[in-house]
Design a protein around this ligand. Sequence first.
Ligand code: ADP
Ligand code: ZN
Ligand code: ZN
Length: 751
Amino acid sequence: MYLYADIIVDISHESVDKPFTYRIPEELIGKLETGMSVLVPFGRGNTLRRGYVIGFRESISFEESRVKEIAGSAPEDAAASAVLVRLAGWIKAQYGSTMIAALKTVLPAKQKKRSLEKKEICRLLSEEETEALAKQCRAKHKTAMARLLDALRAQERLPMELAREKLHISPATIAALEKQGALSVEKKRVYRNPIEGSVLLANRKNAFGGLRPDLSAAQQRIVDSVLQDYDAGVRKTYLIHGITGSGKTEVYMNLIEGCLSRGRQAIVLIPEIALTYQTVVRFSRRFGERVSILHSGLSAGEKYDQCERAKNGDIDVIIGPRSALFTPFSSVGLIIIDEEHEPSYKSETMPKYHARETAIYLASLHKASVVLGSATPSLESYYRAKRGEYGLFELKERLTGNVLPKVYPVDLRRELREGNRSIFSRRLQELIADRLEKGEQVMLFLNRRGMAGFVSCRSCGHVMKCPHCSVSLSEHRNGKLVCHYCGYEERAVKVCPSCGSPYILGFKAGTEAVEEKLHQMYPGARVLRMDGDTTKRKDSYEKILSAFADREADILLGTQMIVKGHDFPAVTLVGILAADMSLFAGDYRAAERTFQLLTQAAGRAGRGDMPGEVVIQTYQPEHYSIVHAASQDYEGFYGEEILYREIGAYPPAAHMLAVLVAAKEEEVAKNTAAALAALARGEAADGKLTVLGPGSASLSKLSDSYRFVFYVKSADGKRLSDVRDSMERFIESLQNRSEQVQFDVDPISGY
Ligand code: ADP
Ligand code: ZN
Ligand code: ZN
């Protein structure tokens, strides 16, 4: 029984580390939850203040007489911060983290820089009076004064900068007119605007909303249904399944307009990498200075100012990656998540929240609608849409009129059989040569996801798999093949168990090696390489892409980074060098990720007027993710993949909890993981929980810590969070513990 609660008064990012303990009055015992707000006596005068519950205690380590008692529950609070505290409470309960970590995630950090101020010159006289005064000045040859007065006549408030630098007015002139009572100088708080001045200026000239196509019937239907629901008081999550270029963004913008005209604010989430100059221009052209952006590239001052602008009601649309969810708007009406399938929507640090799930909960607090969009929806979202939990819309045509590219799957086993050992198939070689000759551009995509090293046979394509989990085994440095779900191990094989070929080995190929080959085969070709090495500097990503857009190179070679972002109209050939790589990443989402990557990579070809071609090189041309990506058939892929998830009890057919235990001493990590797994097994007697592992993680050692992982699966999400609670209590009870335990609900990558 909890008799005490930890409360923070003055909710802010900085104060969450300083909770105060209060006694819970009898009538509230058992009724409080983390995130709730209460009234507490505070300070010497014991004035009642609003505080937030962030945790509970059974006992205290100091004198009972020194503890104050909670005065009662606080009236409903609609302030942005109160909503965010409740959201933090939900994140804590949902994903397993401390309340403090959850609060730090949702509350904006205090500004480290002081606020900016600007001086403005304000006219105090009427237009006529000002004009008369200007005339007098001119008569007395006080031309500077006259110039300033003329400017003020036309514009009541003039930025000081403009007066000084453009009109060349001296401080003495301004002071003289101020003395005469013609004007005053005022200070105005200004906010840093992360949208570049050049964008704003260009847009002002263009007049907002200038570029506004008439919606197609399919687009209009989506806008109408969502807004009709909204006006009828129905708030739902909708999924727009629409190929790239089918006009989703145009739909989002119309929905946002609908939302703003109903007096509410909108949040637009996009994957960080997609937050390009073009996106910003497009939204800012439609919504002017009511829109802003938030992303990790902004300075602390810029971030803080955007939160202030949101609180003050100066902006009502925010665009950004997942953390933009926590913009302190007072009344959100719409949350849009573009490219909703992107793994970057899941936080990689504790709390490992998923922006989609979190957005849906946040929307319930604000009574807002949620719109998800993707060309390749996540299995989760499509599954829920099919079951009627989400509204489903399809956009099937490109509005720009160009056609989808032609796709050729190439069987690399056959290439080997027929004597071609190069990384490039014969078809790809021919097509590259053809494009170089015609002066058209080529993109080569090396799928490097899954570099953990699955082992496959170059002759027959056989892949070494775990007999228990149907995911591929990974080759470890000690020569063993390991399953990262259940810990199953076997010795590395020398010949293929399926065909006897000795060409069975771990898959390795880097972009650098491919670049070298390109130079050998096509000596005149200009190649740009984009990977982790060439994009270490902050702006190098944009630089490489714009160089390619400016046709400074013939071939862009890269990892998944090149799949998204810019449109390159001159690209008429896309080569996918090793489509299989991601298929054997050793986690249950491997096929989904492969399908998404291939579909998107293929979508890069033929964006302009010229039709495109795509070569998909693979050892598994018959694998359903490759077959359906080649025919751009999402439904077909979904149908097969969902069966696999149902049979294997993987999300979305069931829930999965990953438990990662890390410690400097291998024994400690291993034993704690074993103890926690045993605890979970102890609760699995009714057969509604399955525990896999523990085993060594695929990243088995990270910054000198040994890592062990195990998984708990259940169709019932509540059972999983109950087990997690028991594990949390067990961890709290450990003395002098040195290990770290992380929970990951419905993980999206392997460990
Ligand atoms: P998506 O977000 O699905 O990739 P966009 O909204 O960016 O699609 O639209 C793709 C292209 O089609 C853009 O150039 C956009 O201006 C144009 N477009 C969108 N809707 C229409 C429309 N109703 N009529 C004409 N062009 C449109
Ligand atoms: Zn073989
Ligand atoms: Zn296994």
